[in-house]
Design a protein around this ligand. Structure first.
Ligand SMILES: [Zn+2]
Length: 981
């Protein structure tokens, strides 16, 4: 990638990173709180076999922000990076690398070779991740990371599974599970939920099943999965529903279907008459001609006898189809239940790789969805097809590889989550969710419907299931809880350095004369990430006591999809093992969309590269932009990443903050002002000082309360308001106090106040904008004896506002409102529609309601530039008057002259600027004009003009001038000569 030119902001951020590294600031921030109460954060481990992308910036910012905040609040906040290493994403990448696909080819290549390639790939992008996270300002211990691939980690996972088994919650069952034929492995129902697609087009087939005893009478059944028809074992009806025997005019045959579903015929314009109606129960036991015979020699006599007849089943729907269900026990949940209840043959027509292995010869070897058309053709050929159409519905696909899923009855290990459902709901009661509605909504509903969790995967690169099975008696198995136990069983000389397949598969043992072999499966990688809260510490083998102190994390955060994935699996495991929730507080993040409202897309390039944002706007602006969005951090909504919005935020908040610091540094430096030794609220007598100090207290309170309830945007937005008030009201209104030449108490108090406010703002910003806040802190606190990083400082304590402070805030708000209205009135006068420049003083401003007091009225007078400010208040009844402001616009000659004097001040200020003088330079000034109006005003307001332009004397000799210029003031020419004093 081409090197972009870094902005000064970006360079300053990189210098801050270097400073942190050289000073060990992060390590210090942890070490100095070592003995304090711990704040536990569970980090969702990312996969390091893929690059970090733009979307990671949001959750990364939230994690880092909350943890920096808690550190400043005095907690001990250990942070350690973790990496997710196992699972299908890794396997896919390696299959691609070798140019192979599917289990067969992997086994031909060899599991050892395959897994070794997986291992080599897992940290492929670890360095890129660390670079991204570090540049973004995410503090973490990258060196002492944990990884789910580690032997210790796996041993903890084994122990967890053995505990679940001890509680009687592990079982093996033939279950119909969502199954990805491409990955050749079952999916858990939460993975299933991630992959539903709408408007999927599938066949809609009505097949005919002639009765054995009366072939001209045919049962009409409906299916959307023709590929399962060769596996048909039975038909099912609703025994309470009415079924009609209808005679078709076209061929004289009789069809049987539910009475409520006769529109199947009507909609297709069939001419028919109903010959009789019977209850479904009367159809039970009817035998029909199978479409395909049972595969020979596969099923016992009883199963063969049971097959191909009508059964009654509660799952039969009268909402769609014909009210007669085609039953293929291997390929559906209700089908399997019926098949097991009635001891039906489980015909396998599609194998575990999704290929047709039984049915018409044309279909054999075809991928199951592709086989549909050949089976339909075969039905036509056999005259067993009533109608074949297509329809659209919602269908699940593999969330990893996008292959259409099938339901497949397979032997799978389950955690019996349905048994602990109530317990999980109870342990979840105290979890604080942001946004709150997820607690009883998406999450709560999910817990209520919690189902057994299929935890085994017929794959290779994962934690091996620690289950050794008696080769002669599959129901006799041992769940091994530790390496030590395995050695006890299999001998101390076994190799256990690497617990992965195929090495672990080689370990078998004999116990009580019976031979035990490990089951082939590996664990669902979600089982591993759900074990993370304790497995990262190698619990219970190491760190037992310490880990048990913090079984429930204080905080976690990830995207909405994790509600049913990582958040859920942690909660399942924590509830079963410890009867505790896995976490106390959780922020569900929003989703970043591109500016055009579309998903972030590499192909469409609808978002900037991360390096580009780092190099131009910088990480602080990026973080603040995302974190101050309520959609992103509080309502789990979509937010658009709009780069101009990011630029605006940088200018309005960060640049304003930097400019204010520069202003402060410039003047306080000139005046040799002494930095305070401690960070204490200064004495203040001036109204503006008192006001900005109360505003700061108020912001500390608002911001703190918001973070405490994990509302991040609401913790940041008040800081932006404070920065704006400080710059555009406090500093602007106080400028003259900083400019004046004498170093009196008022000036010292102004410096003390501004310093205090800036330092406090840097603290409030620290969690969210860690770079600029630390830069400001360092610039302002040098020589103060305060700590050398804002991140090592203590969060400001919250002071509840008292009545006097509230009154002060209220009054200033009203004064500013009067100013705003007053300036508005100057812009447009109702009688003349003429604008009066602000530099032209006016006589009187009157406002409605209570008197604000002299201090406020002085401010209003200066801002609106009027000679007098008064209130209409005279007695109690005036209090209810609506808010109003009036201005007397008559310009007397006296006022006119003053207005001209102000214009002259502006002209001289401009000349100073054009001369290139510094703002603090004192000058000598000469002035000449042909008009008496200008000279008159100059002489009359000489003192004011000198004071405001830092003129100390008249420039006697114009030859010595460093700069001169002739400009127009009030339409008349004037020449100005300047020289630095
Ligand atoms: Zn798949």
């Amino acid at each position: 990638m081409a090197e972009t030119k870094k902005t000064p902001v970006s360079e300053a951020e990189e210098q801050t990173i270097e400073l942190w590294e050289s000073r060990g600031t992060f390590e210090k921030s942890i070490a100095q709180r070592q003995s304090a109460e711990a704040f536990i954060f569970n980090d969702g481990p990312p996969f390091a076999n893929g690059l970090p992308h733009f979307g990671h910036s949001l959750v990364t910012g939230i994690k880092d922000g909350i943890l920096r905040y808690k550190t400043m609040r005095g907690y001990y906040v250990p942070r350690r990076n973790g990496w997710d290493c196992h699972g299908l994403p890794v396997e896919f990448a390696i299959e691609k690398e070798f140019g192979i696909s599917g289990k067969k080819q992997i086994e031909e290549l060899g599991i050892e070779k395959f897994n070794s390639a997986c291992r080599d790939s897992i940290f492929k992008y670890k360095a890129d991740w660390e670079t991204f996270l570090t540049r973004y300002g995410r503090w973490s211990d990258y060196e002492h990371y944990y990884a789910t691939v580690d032997r210790d980690y796996t041993e903890s996972v084994w122990w967890i599974l053995s505990e679940i088994n001890k509680k009687g919650l592990l079982y093996r069952g033939l279950k119909s599970v969502p199954y990805c034929p491409r990955c050749a492995t079952p999916l858990s129902n939460f993975e299933l939920n991630e992959g539903y697609k709408d408007n999927v087009s599938d066949p809609s087939v009505f097949a005919l099943f002639p009765l054995k005893d009366d072939p001209s009478t045919k049962l009409l059944a409906w299916t959307t999965t023709p590929w399962t028809l060769p596996a048909n074992a039975a038909l099912a009806v609703d025994n309470k529903a009415d079924y009609a025997f209808v005679k078709l005019k076209s061929d004289g045959s009789t069809l049987i279907l539910a009475k409520d579903r006769l529109d199947v015929l009507d909609l297709r314009d069939h001419d028919y008459s109903v010959s009789k109606t019977v209850k479904g129960s009367e159809l039970v036991g009817l035998r029909y001609e199978p479409l395909y015979p049972l595969p020979e020699g596969r099923f016992d006599g009883q199963q063969t006898k049971n097959a191909h007849q009508v059964f009654s089943d509660a799952s039969v729907s009268l909402e769609d189809g014909t009210g007669i269900l085609h039953v293929a026990p291997r390929y559906g949940e209700t089908d399997l239940a019926l098949g097991q209840r009635e001891n039906l043959p489980l015909v396998e027509s599609v194998d575990s790789s999704g290929h047709q292995i039984y049915g018409p010869s044309e279909a054999l070897g075809k991928f199951f969805k592709k086989a549909d058309e050949y089976i339909i053709a075969d039905l036509t050929h056999k005259d067993r097809l009533f109608a074949a159409e297509t329809f659209t519905h919602t269908y699940p696909f593999c969330w990893r590889c996008d292959t259409p899923l099938m339901y497949f009855a397979t032997s799978t290990w389950f955690v019996e989550v349905s048994k602990v459902r109530e317990q999980m709901i109870r342990t979840a009661e105290d979890i604080n969710w942001v946004p709150a509605n997820i607690k009883n909504g998406r999450w709560g509903k999910w817990l209520e419907g919690a189902r057994d969790w299929a935890i085994s995967r017929n794959r290779y690169w994962g934690a091996p299931m620690p289950i050794w099975q008696n080769v002669d008696e599959p129901n006799d198995y041992i769940v091994v809880e530790s390496i030590a136990q395995l050695k006890e069983l299999a001998g101390t000389d076994i190799k256990v350095d690497d617990l992965h397949r195929p090495f672990i598969d080689e370990i078998s043992f004999i116990k009580d004369g019976k031979t035990y072999k490990r089951v082939e499966e590996v664990l669902d990688c979600w089982f591993e990430s759900g074990s993370m809260p304790v497995a990262q510490y190698h619990y219970p083998f190491d760190n037992k006591e310490e880990t048990e102190k913090h079984l429930t994390a204080d905080f976690i955060t990830e995207g909405l999809d994790q509600t049913r994935l990582w958040f859920y699996v942690q909660h399942v495991i924590s509830t079963i093992l410890f009867d505790k929730p896995a976490f106390k507080n959780v922020i569900v993040t929003g989703i970043i969309m591109a500016a055009d409202g579309q998903k972030l897309s590499k192909r469409l390039k609808n978002y900037p590269p991360t390096e580009d944002v780092f190099d131009i706007e910088g990480a602080d602006a990026w973080r603040l932009y995302l974190l101050s969005s309520t959609q992103a951090t509080e309502t789990a909504d979509y937010m658009r990443f709009d780069r101009p919005g990011l630029t605006d935020l940088k200018r309005n908040a960060l640049d304003t903050m930097s400019n204010s610091v520069r202003f402060f540094k410039t003047y306080s430096g000139l005046d040799n002002w002494q930095t305070p030794k401690t960070l204490q609220e200064p004495e203040a007598s001036n109204l503006l000082d008192r006001w900005i100090l109360v505003r700061t207290e108020q912001t500390i309170e608002l911001s703190t309360k918001s973070v405490e309830s994990y509302k991040i945007a609401h913790a940041i937005l008040p800081i932006f308001d404070l920065v704006d008030d400080m710059s555009n009201w406090y500093i602007r209104r106080s400028r003259k106090r900083f400019w004046k030449s004498e170093n009196d108490t008022d000036k010292t108090e102004a410096y003390n106040t501004l310093w205090y406010v800036l330092v406090r703002i840097s603290q409030l910003l620290a969690p969210w904008a860690p770079f600029i806040s630390d830069k400001i802190w360092n610039e302002l606190t040098q020589g103060s004896g305060l700590t050398d990083s804002v991140h090592l400082s203590d969060w400001p304590s919250v002071k509840e506002p008292n009545t006097a402070s509230l009154k002060l805030l209220d009054n200033m708000l009203k004064a500013r409102k009067v100013v705003e209205h007053g300036l508005g009135l100057r812009m447009f006068s109702s009688d003349t529609q003429q604008q009066v420049k602000v530099r032209q003083p006016l006589k009187t401003l009157t406002y409605s309601g209570d008197r604000l007091g002299e201090d406020y009225e002085n401010i209003i007078a200066e801002e609106v530039n009027v000679k007098e400010v008064k209130s209409t208040w005279s007695d109690e009844k005036d209090r209810d008057m609506p808010f109003k402001v009036w201005i007397d616009k008559e310009i007397t000659p006296e006022l006119k002259a003053e207005g001209v004097a102000r214009e002259l001040v502006r002209a001289i200020q401009n000349a100073r600027k054009n001369a290139g003088f510094n703002v603090e330079d004192r000058i000598h000034l000469a002035f000449e004009s042909q008009t008496t109006e200008l000279t008159g005003a100059f002489n009359q307001f000489n003192d004011t003009i000198y004071a405001e332009t830092l003129t100390t004397a008249e420039l006697a000799n114009r030859e010595e001038a460093e700069h001169s210029e002739t400009v127009k003031v009030d339409g008349q020419e004037v020449t100005i000569w300047l020289k630095r004093a």
